[in-house]
Write a protein that binds this ligand. Structure first.
Ligand code: F3S
Length: 754
């Protein structure tokens, strides 16, 4: 047993009284999100908190970190003077394994290439009391769902798809490493009280439709920004009919609409999953406080009164969806997809179909996809596209091998990749004849921004359920609708695929030989953590400088980013993942994917000191060497996507003083604040247009920096004219303290030194 039953007993022991007290305070029946949030406050509340406005201190139960973000989180943690983590925490080695030929060879290569980093993570976990999941053990969110998630709990994780654990009724939120450091150090974790979006699911799915289609449809309705600052709570008969892992898929992809997290209420399906994964005691404990793990009954009868927004989806009429390309909110019902492919001139030939990942590799997903693969065998069909399968964990992989599904996939040419992120995060050595050729791929993953999967701007990536992806792999072209189109088999006969069939949980149970877990030492005091001084992969951190106490004057514009600027544009993944533990080296990817407004090019900005154009990181280094601070200007939802704090640390390291945008994605805005950076928004969004390439920029008002009080940006244009612009911010007192100290870590360090 890797989970801490005593901890769950303690949490459940105090939850009813905390929830009852909160109901009195709020003065009305409570949603599930409110029950969990109010029972996880750092201190007992004196009043109700206003949603979308009040900053609240929470005490999460757990922390989970994946290997790419854990490096920086733990490098930060080791500087803050603690002997052990204050809450149960885990590290999962999943992001650094590159998919090339297949599971065994790719895993062996990764262990070799990343040895230094894995050794660092294993030893630092051992030292500070952190559970360590070795490379090959599985993808963080699947391993968490199988082992640690529990109804009514609260966790944070250094990965944006942490909300996957909402499938087991947990408030699970993606954060940057600096937030993880707070919680591991036993400090309160601050979050603006989220707004609540209720999604009522009526009816029941059947046939080709699966849980993935619910979130693909929701993404189309709410768009990539629609969930910002909100918890999405699903309810209704349709919600209770979904398997726990199906619920997990929906919560996982809630990250694609910017939601703080997503949540389902405790029900029979969750109990069944807990029991199937060896946690009968947790299910029994949850049954004991069942009413506290579901919204109050009144919420169901009049949801509009309790949620800030309510959406209703009828599962009886829900179609399978295909979303994309380039953004997960471009949602096409399957009946309209073929037409869209033609109209937009997207490459119709499908080159690669990929199933699995943290989002969609449950036993149910795999069994439904395998039923299609079996049909392909029976009906004499072969896959026309390359087809890969990424199991979410060794437990899933072992079980689906034992039950014969991997053999079925193998028979139609499927390649099983390592239990790791691989192509989902650009860790994919794709074989393609011409990288500039427009091409299409389809995945059952969650994110499909340009270059995300294979680093190629020419790749059109679509997202769908594993069963739709499998059907497309067999058809080999995107104008196929498996619900009504026929395919020609090897004998030249026309055949149709029948509806996929699957089972939620393995009839003969899950099993695994070696799950890949290393428990930490009871007393890690003498465990040595090694970081070589000449390492190219790891670098010990130096504290950032404190604010100089004055307004910032004479700053230069580093880049005015045009359009979408996600964390992938700011700090690209793929080949750069290997530098996630080395701030100076990884800073060489800073903003290289962002489009310069003034020349429409990526990684080409003007150095005002020389008048020459150069790469963004090199230009930033030149300004830094000349002690000239810089400003980055951005568009809407700047920093959407992942929780990686490198996207905030790199500009901080390379001398950027302020990021000024039309709007921010939540996690990135917080990450910037944590690193002592100014994260500011145009009060008037049109002022974005006033910023010119050769401006000298002043940021005024910092000596009286206060919550709710705007700052001023003066754009001193080259022709002698000026524009004075009002900048809004969302800093509270504590965050202003971080800015002044030069970063949140400097504040923590000073507190422990007292
Ligand atoms: Fe990994 Fe992709 Fe999930 S990167 S954690 S498999 S979103």
């Amino acid at each position: 047993m890797v989970f801490d039953l005593d901890l769950i007993k303690k949490i459940y022991g105090s939850m009813p009284s905390k929830v009852d007290a909160a109901r009195k305070l709020v003065g009305k029946p409570l949603t599930l999100a409110e029950k969990i949030l109010y029972s996880h406050l750092y201190q007992a509340p004196a009043h109700a908190y206003e949603r979308g406005a009040a900053y609240v201190d929470f005490a999460p139960d757990r922390v989970a970190m994946q290997d790419a973000t854990a490096q920086m989180a733990l490098l930060q943690f080791m500087t803050c003077g603690r002997e052990k983590v204050a809450v149960p925490s885990t590290v999962h080695c999943d992001h650094l394994i590159q998919a090339k030929t297949g599971a065994a060879a790719d895993l062996a290569t990764a262990k070799d290439v990343n040895k230094e980093v894995y050794d660092f993570l294993a030893s630092i976990s051992n030292k500070y009391g952190i559970g360590f999941w070795k490379p090959g053990a599985g993808i963080i969110h699947q391993v968490v769902l199988e082992n640690y998630a529990f109804p009514g709990g609260m966790m944070i994780g250094t990965d944006s798809h942490t909300p996957n654990a909402g499938g087991l009724g947990m408030v699970a939120i993606g954060v940057g490493g600096a937030d993880a450091v707070d919680v591991m150090a036993g400090l309160p974790w601050e979050l603006k009280m989220p707004k609540l979006i209720g999604v009522k699911l009526t009816g029941k799915m059947s046939g080709w439709t699966s849980a993935k289609d619910i979130i693909l449809k929701v993404a189309g309705i709410l768009t990539v920004k629609g969930g910002t600052g909100a918890i999405v709570e699903y309810f209704g008969e349709g919600a209770d009919s979904l398997s726990a892992t199906g619920k997990g898929t929906i919560c996982n992809m809630g990250a694609e609409i910017g939601a703080t997290c997503s949540l389902f209420a405790y029900d029979e399906k969750m109990a069944a999953y807990l029991k199937a994964t060896g946690r009968e005691e947790v299910a029994a404990l949850a049954d004991g406080i069942r009413d506290y793990l579901r919204p109050d009954k009144e919420v169901y009868s009049d949801p509009k009164k309790y949620y800030d927004q309510v959406i209703e989806i009828d599962l009886n009429t829900l179609e399978p969806y295909v979303n994309g390309p380039f953004t997960p909110d471009l949602a096409w019902p399957i009946s309209e997809f073929a037409k869209a492919v033609k109209e937009h001139n997207w490459p119709e030939v499908l080159e690669v179909a990929l199933i699995g990942s943290c989002t969609n590799s449950s036993y149910e997903d795999i069994s439904r996809s395998a039923s299609l693969a079996q049909q392909a065998i029976d009906k004499k069909l072969k896959t026309k596209a390359e087809f890969t399968i990424t199991p979410g964990s060794e437990q899933v992989r072992y079980t689906i091998e034992k039950d014969g599904f991997l053999k079925t996939f193998d028979s139609i040419g499927g390649v099983v990749l390592a239990n790791a992120c691989g192509p989902c995060i650009g860790q994919w050595a794709r074989h393609i004849d011409d990288p500039n050729r427009k091409n299409s791929i389809i995945t059952s993953f969650n994110r499909n921004f340009a270059k995300r999967n294979d680093g190629l701007a020419s790749t059109h990536a679509f997202v769908a359920s594993p069963e739709i992806v499998t059907a497309f792999a067999i058809a080999g072209h995107l104008s196929f609708n498996p619900l009504k189109d026929k395919l020609k088999n090897e004998k030249g006969e026309e055949v149709m695929l029948d509806e996929p069939k699957g089972v939620e949980l393995p009839p003969k149970g899950f099993s695994v030989d070696d799950a890949g877990y290393q428990a930490p030492a009871k007393d890690g005091k003498n465990v040595q953590v090694v970081v070589k001084s000449d390492s190219q992969r790891l670098q010990l951190l130096e504290p950032f400088a404190a604010w100089e106490g004055t307004d910032l004057k004479g700053l230069k514009l580093l880049i005015k980013a045009k359009g979408k600027c996600t964390t992938d544009h700011i700090s690209m993944a793929g080949p750069w993942l290997k530098f996630r533990g080395h701030l100076d080296n990884i800073s060489n990817n800073m903003l290289i994917g962002a489009v310069n407004f003034f020349n429409d090019k990526t990684d080409s900005v003007k150095n005002e000191l020389t008048g020459e154009y150069g790469a963004v990181p090199a230009t930033a280094r030149a300004y830094k060497a000349a002690s000239v601070g810089t400003v980055v200007v951005g568009d809407e939802n700047y920093g959407e996507g992942s929780s990686r704090e490198h996207a905030a640390m790199e500009p901080r390291h390379l001398g950027v003083r302020a990021i000024v945008v039309r709007s921010f994605a939540r996690i990135h805005e917080t990450n910037l604040k944590k690193q002592g950076m100014l994260a500011l928004t145009f009060a008037n969004k049109e002022d974005y247009d006033k910023v010119q390439e050769d401006d000298s920029i002043d940021i005024l008002g910092l000596t009286s920096f206060a919550p709710g009080k705007p700052l001023t940006m003066v754009l001193n244009h080259k022709n002698g004219s000026k524009d004075e612009i009002t900048l809004n911010h969302t800093y509270n007192e504590q965050q202003i303290g971080w800015f002044k100290a030069g970063g949140a870590l400097n504040v923590i360090r000073a507190e422990f030194a007292k």
